[in-house]
Design a binder for this molecule. Structure first.
Ligand code: ADP
Ligand code: AMP
Length: 214
């Protein structure tokens, strides 16, 4: 099963993608996590990506497309995967379709996690992320057992630089301009499904499982 998560920054794509990956035994591929790992390790890619990410802008397509094209042909992707944060532009979606087309494959579901802009700023300012294992929490909605410490791996949690309110506003504008058109793109392909992302995390997941099948 090949799945794409769509939705505004902070809509809960990563949260749901991890649950989908666990339930269906497929890898969770987050381009944001890949960039953050590169930044942490001080790679050339990380240095380039950071200049865009810190401003709330998208990293240029040419730095993302090959990275994903190489990732989805790896062995652990044979039974599918859940892409989180990619594609984010029409050219990225077209490049993904071209890469899949060569393998005679296609996207099965593009899941749009729908959350209005008003809810996003609160979600993002409360988000705490673990750079060590990629887990995500929320100080009010999804708290950790010990404040500031990842439940899963025990590392210290951070407030992402790009989750500050000024940057979130920019990211939302970029989302509406460059990423939202993908809703139309996948509707035309007949694989778009929509879930109400304002519900409780468990209820959002139940809605997704209903669509994907148990
Ligand atoms: P995205 O991957 O779309 O940027 P995240 O999955 O990181 O979003 O979620 C953004 C923030 O909102 C996180 O702090 C997360 O814990 C919280 N969150 C995720 N899903 C829900 C939900 N259904 N209700 C309330 N808060 C949520
Ligand atoms: P995310 O963790 O998905 O919220 O991504 C964090 C940031 O990484 C984004 O705001 C972008 O700057 C960058 N990024 C992640 N995925 C992509 C992508 N597919 N295309 C361009 N930039 C991306």
């Amino acid at each position: 099963m090949k799945i794409i998560m769509l939705g505004a920054p902070g809509a809960g794509k990563g949260t749901q993608a991890k649950m989908i990956a666990d339930k269906y035994g497929i890898p969770h591929i987050s381009t944001g996590d890949i960039f953050r790992a590169n930044i942490k390790n001080g790679t050339e890619l990380g240095k380039k990506a950071k200049t865009y990410m810190d401003q709330g802008l998208l990293v240029p397509d040419e730095l993302v497309v090959d990275l994903v094209a190489d990732r989805v042909v790896q062995d652990d992707c044979k039974n599918g995967y859940v892409l989180d944060g990619f594609p984010r532009t029409i050219p990225q979606a077209e490049a993904l379709d071209a890469a899949l087309g060569k393998m005679g494959a296609k996207i099965d579901f593009a899941i749009d996690v729908d959350v209005p802009d008003e809810n996003i700023i609160t979600r993002m300012s409360g988000r705490r992320a673990c750079v060590a294992c990629g887990a995500t929490y929320h100080i009010v909605n999804i708290p950790t057992k010990v404040e500031g410490i990842c439940d899963r791996c025990g590392a210290e949690l951070i407030l992402r630089d790009d989750d500050k309110p000024e940057t979130v506003k920019k990211r939302l504008a970029v989302y509406h301009e460059q990423t939202q058109p993908l809703i139309d793109y996948y509707t035309k392909q007949g694989c778009l499904v929509d879930v109400d992302g304002t519900q409780d995390m468990a209820d959002v997941f139940a809605a997704i499982v209903k669509i994907l099948g148990a």
